[in-house]
Design a protein around this ligand. Structure first.
Ligand SMILES: *Cc1c(COP(=O)(O)O)cnc(C)c1O
Length: 370
C-alpha cells in the first residue's frame, strides 16, 4: 500500500497512480487509436496533484497538459516541456495575468481581442511566440464567440493573423459545462465548417480543431466524431472514467482510482427524525427527513468544507449518507454487514464535485498507491 500511509491523518484522499495510469491508457486508446485525435489531459479536477501531473507529463500518449489556472500550470510546466509536450491554459486569461500566461502556457484559449493584444505584447517582451486557440460557442453559452456571428469570427481571426508574436493554433469548443448541451455530430460539424471557412478565407491551415471535453469522447465509439475534429481535452474521463454526456463508464477505466477515507468519531443509536420545530440548517436550507425509526448513526470527521455530499458514494453499499454540516457527515450504518465502531474508517468513491473539493481542501491529506 502507499508509502508512509500509516503516518497520515484522516480524512485522506487515496490516489492510486497505477489505476490512474490504466485510465489514461484507456482514454488514450479511444481518443488516439480509435478517434485519430491528439490528446490533451486536463489536471484541474485533482487540483494539479504533483504525482498525478508527473505521471501525465511522462506518459507517451499525452500531447498536451492543460489546466484552467496558471498557478496549477506553473507547478509542472518545466516537466511537461522537458517531455516535448505543450502546456495549455483553458480558462480565458485575465488581463492581469497575461505575463504569467505567456511564461507558463505554450497555448491559451481565448475569445477576447483586447486580451489577445495584451498577450501579443507580453510575448514580444518575452521574445516568444504564444499560441492561441480561438473559442467558438456552439450554444452551451459559456466562453467563445457565438457561432452565428461569423463576421466577428473572421474579424477576430484577421486581426490575430496580423499579430507578430501570436500564432493562431486553431479553434475549439466547450460543451456540457454551463448549458449542459451534449456534443453531437450536428453541432460539432458546425465547428469543423467554421474551421474550413477560416482556412479558405485566409488561406491558412489550422493545426487544431478541439472538439470538447469528456462529454465528446462517447462520439468516438459511435463513429460520430466529425471528420476534422482532431483533438479532445479529457479531465473527468481520465480521473474518474466517466463519459460525461450520458454518464456511462468508459471501457477499460475504473471509478476507484481516487478514494476518500474518513474516520468515525461518534456512533450512536438515535431517532431518524430531529425533535422540535424545524428551522434552517447551517447553510440556510430547510432539511427534509425520512422516518427510519431508531437507527445507528455514525458521524465521520469530514464535512462540506472538504467534500461535496451529493458527489460521494460509500464503498460499503449498505451505508446511506443522511446529511452533514461544515465539519461532519452523518451516516446511517444500520443495515451494514459490518459492525462499525468509533475509530473505524469509511471509504467513498467520488464524483467530479467531490473530487474537486477534496483535492482542494487543505484538511484532506493525500496518500499515494504507486
Ligand atoms: C475543465 C475543462 C475541460 C475538461 O473537462 P472534463 O469534463 O473534466 O473532461 C476541457 N476543456 C475546458 C475548456 C475546460 O474548462
Amino acid at each position: 500500500m502507499a508509502k508512509n500511509k500509516e503516518e497520515l491523518m484522516y480524512p485522506r484522499l487515496i490516489i492510486d497512480l497505477k489505476k490512474l495510469k490504466s485510465n489514461l491508457d484507456a482514454v488514450a486508446h479511444i481518443t488516439k487509436d480509435q478517434g485519430g485525435c491528439s490528446l490533451m489531459i486536463v489536471t484541474k479536477g485533482l487540483c494539479a496533484d504533483k504525482e498525478m501531473a508527473h505521471m501525465v507529463a511522462e506518459h507517451p500518449a499525452v500531447d498536451f497538459v492543460a489546466d484552467s489556472r496558471v498557478k496549477n500550470i506553473s507547478t509542472y510546466a518545466d516537466q511537461v516541456r522537458k517531455n516535448g509536450k505543450m502546456t495549455v491554459l483553458l480558462r480565458i486569461p485575465m488581463h492581469d495575468e497575461v505575463a504569467e500566461v505567456v511564461k507558463y502556457a505554450d497555448l491559451s484559449f481565448n475569445s477576447e481581442l483586447s486580451t489577445i493584444r495584451l498577450l501579443d505584447s507580453e510575448a514580444k517582451k518575452a521574445g516568444v511566440c504564444h499560441k492561441i486557440l480561438l473559442m467558438i460557442d456552439l450554444g452551451d453559452l459559456r466562453e467563445g464567440i457565438f457561432y452565428q456571428n461569423e463576421d466577428l469570427i473572421f474579424e477576430t481571426v484577421g486581426e490575430i493573423l496580423g499579430m507578430e508574436n501570436i500564432e493562431l493554433y486553431g479553434i475549439g469548443v466547450n460543451l456540457t459545462c454551463y448549458g449542459a448541451i451534449i456534443p453531437k455530430n450536428d453541432n460539432l460539424s458546425l465547428l469543423t465548417r467554421i474551421a474550413s471557412k477560416i482556412e479558405d478565407k485566409f488561406n491558412i491551415k489550422l493545426k487544431m480543431v478541439s472538439g470538447g471535453n469528456s462529454s465528446s469522447i462517447y462520439l468516438v465509439g459511435k463513429g460520430e466524431l466529425p471528420e476534422g475534429v482532431n483533438n479532445l481535452r479529457l479531465g473527468e474521463s481520465f480521473l474518474l472514467g466517466n463519459d460525461t454526456a450520458y454518464e456511462t463508464r468508459l471501457a477499460g477505466t475504473t471509478a476507484d482510482a481516487l478514494v476518500l477515507e474518513a474516520q468515525i468519531v461518534e456512533l450512536k443509536e438515535k431517532p431518524s427524525l430531529p425533535i422540535g420545530e424545524v428551522g434552517v440548517d447551517a447553510f440556510g436550507q430547510k432539511p427534509v427527513y425520512e422516518d427510519r425509526g431508531i437507527i445507528k448513526r455514525a458521524i465521520i470527521a469530514v464535512g462540506k468544507q472538504d467534500t461535496d455530499l451529493d458527489s460521494m458514494t460509500p464503498v460499503d453499499e449498505k451505508i446511506d449518507i443522511l446529511g452533514g454540516s461544515s465539519d461532519h457527515i452523518i451516516l446511517d450504518v444500520t443495515k451494514s454487514d459490518k459492525e462499525y465502531k468509533v475509530g473505524d474508517v469509511v471509504s467513498f468513491t467520488l464524483g467530479y464535485g467531490g473530487m474537486l473539493k477534496t483535492a482542494t481542501s487543505p484538511y484532506v491529506e493525500k496518500a499515494y498507491v504507486k
